[in-house]
Design a protein around this ligand. Sequence first.
Ligand code: SF4
Length: 227
Amino acid sequence: MSAGKGDRPPSNLPEAGPEPGHEYPELPETRSIGAWRDAAAHCKACDLWTKATQTVFGEGKRTAKVIFVGEQPGDKEDIAGRPFVGPAGRVLDEALEAAGIDRDTVYVTNAVKHFKWRTGGKRRLHEKPNRSEIAACRLWLDAEIAILKPQVIVCLGATAAQALLSPTFKVTKERGKLIPSPLAPHVLATVHPSSILRAPDDASREREMRLFVEDLRAVAKVIRGLC
Ligand code: SF4
């Protein structure tokens, strides 16, 4: 697969491409997700690679029907080199099970493939990627979508939803709706599982988890051919 614009779904970010003065590594000609993962490991299309441990590409079966797109890898994911293996990943796994979605039908990835962080005492604190970093990383997400051709793309949180649906998309207002898109038959936005972990008390955490599972049940229906 070449990286030509005609091979990729249209992006909602007009400026999608490397940051000024930066370049993509050599891109694969094949539609192999492994080849694209290997290429992404050498990406320097924005500055985020300089402080991160490694590129964290998406993970899941080639036959996955659903792609879940988060914002960026967290501290644990950066070290492991795998997406959604930290606390937010555990919330996602729990919600998938509750919604009746088989983990094998799911591919998980992020809008940005390197961990952006700042120092906070002894810890590395998450920092939101900016518009040009998201635009630079769009090439890899587009490749994942073009290769897997999912039935549903689930945007986890505002960064993914604004990158894939519209820069003004409001997850709080539009969550849980199946939206037709050139990217996939359905795109649905919901909260990022890390927001459930940040809920101020047990009652609100339980309520947020219930709503999250409810959103994922709409995805489960599509997988079962009910929508
Ligand atoms: S964040 Fe994305 S665009 Fe930036 S260096 Fe990493 S892989 Fe490349």
